[in-house]
Design a protein around this ligand. Structure first.
Ligand SMILES: Cc1ncc(COP(=O)(O)O)c(C=O)c1O
Length: 343
């Protein structure tokens, strides 16, 4: 039942000081809100907050490394106004780079493959970047990832003054989370934070958060959520349908001692977690966020996360980019063989 108008929550008027007047769109990156997930985790006795990275202006956590990598390269003189930025990415990092390059006036070539969604291609192009499509896998490995890397090398050799951010190996990728994501969480939730839960692909988030926790001597334990079928944590490669988390290579940024707990989640785990998150907390998030929700539920049920624990979940992106997959019953039926989704 709805509360009477007198008791119902109202839209709070933000105080001056809480609202920033940013110098540019790049200045609006970071500082994302933490939202308590009391409906999903209240019964389990957990104090859980979601860090909503979807509220970055480019719609995902990858705005942070895109900005950090390019601004540091500019400051170091590695790039200048004549540089063309070239990267292999078909998802959030490409969009983050397209936003930063668009603002800085730098040409960007995004090397994508045929698995890239039409929507992401349109977003990247709408920012003014060029999309370079690789339509065949590498003849030696049979992998699209290798084919995209081959194409990057061709472009680097032929385009003068080209710069490759190389997100899988760039310390300014993890540095963005060491310098912003993790300190923001600790500043708001306090150093007594028990767990931070994050998804892995380049391992930039994992590396940056783990470096911060170790350097500050925090008790916080890091839970890494990877895709079933991803090779990051030494498992064999397998089929994965949902983009974002998981990798077909072990990133240079990875190290074996960064996470205290590792959970592998299937595509269906992601769908179910996303559906529960939107149904109970009205947060429409991307696939890896659903994987994180399922992973935390699993760890709580198994008693690996104790009642009373305070947890921060880093939810990487928004659900709009997954309307034709995670939030489509017909896609779930056709691809995952599940008829009626009941959450
Ligand atoms: C939706 C989503 N979740 C998780 C990740 C993993 O982040 P990282 O590359 O820092 O490991 C990414 C990376 O692109 C992503 O797009």
């Amino acid at each position: 039942m709805l509360a009477s108008p007198a008791e119902s929550p109202t839209l709070p008027k933000r105080r001056v000081g809480q609202i920033a007047a940013h110098a540019s769109i790049l200045d609006a990156i970071g500082g994302t809100p933490l939202v308590r997930l009391s409906k999903l985790f209240g019964d389990a006795g957990l104090d859980v907050y979601a860090k909503l990275e979807a509220l970055n202006p480019g719609g995902s956590i990858k705005d942070r490394p895109a900005y950090n990598i390019l601004s540091r390269a500019l400051a170091a003189g590695d790039i200048n106004s004549k540089t063309t930025v070239v990267e292999s990415s078909s998802g959030n990092f490409a969009i983050g780079l397209a936003q930063v390059c668009g603002y800085l006036g730098l040409p960007l070539i995004c090397v994508v493959d045929i698995k890239t969604t039409a929507q992401n291609v349109r977003i990247i192009e709408a920012y003014g970047a060029r999309v370079d499509l690789v339509s065949k896998p590498d003849p030696v490995t049979g992998e699209y990832l290798q084919a995209r890397l081959n194409r990057i090398k061709e472009i680097l050799a032929s385009v003068p003054n080209a710069f490759w951010p190389n997100q899988y190996a760039n310390r300014n990728n993890s540095g963005s989370h060491y310098g912003s994501t993790m300190p923001e969480i600790v500043e708001v939730l306090g150093p007594e934070l028990d767990y931070v839960v994050l998804a892995t692909s380049t391992c930039g988030t994992l590396r940056g958060c783990a470096d911060y926790v170790r350097e500050q001597g925090l008790r916080t334990r890091i839970v890494a959520v990877d895709a079933a079928g991803s090779v990051i944590f030494g498992r064999p490669q397998g089929k994965r349908l949902l983009p974002g988390h998981g990798a077909g290579i072990v990133p240079t940024l990875f190290n074996n001692d960064l996470a205290q707990l590792v959970v592998h989640v299937s595509d269906l785990d992601c769908v179910l977690g996303c559906r529960r998150l939107v149904q109970q907390e009205a947060i429409l998030a991307g696939a890896s966020s659903g994987g994180i929700i399922t992973a935390v539920e699993r760890l709580a049920n198994e008693g690996q996360i104790a009642r009373g624990s305070r947890c921060a979940l880093i939810l990487a992106d928004r659900g709009e980019r997954y309307l034709d997959t995670v939030y489509s019953d017909s896609w779930v039926q056709a691809q995952l063989g599940v008829d009626a989704i009941s959450v």
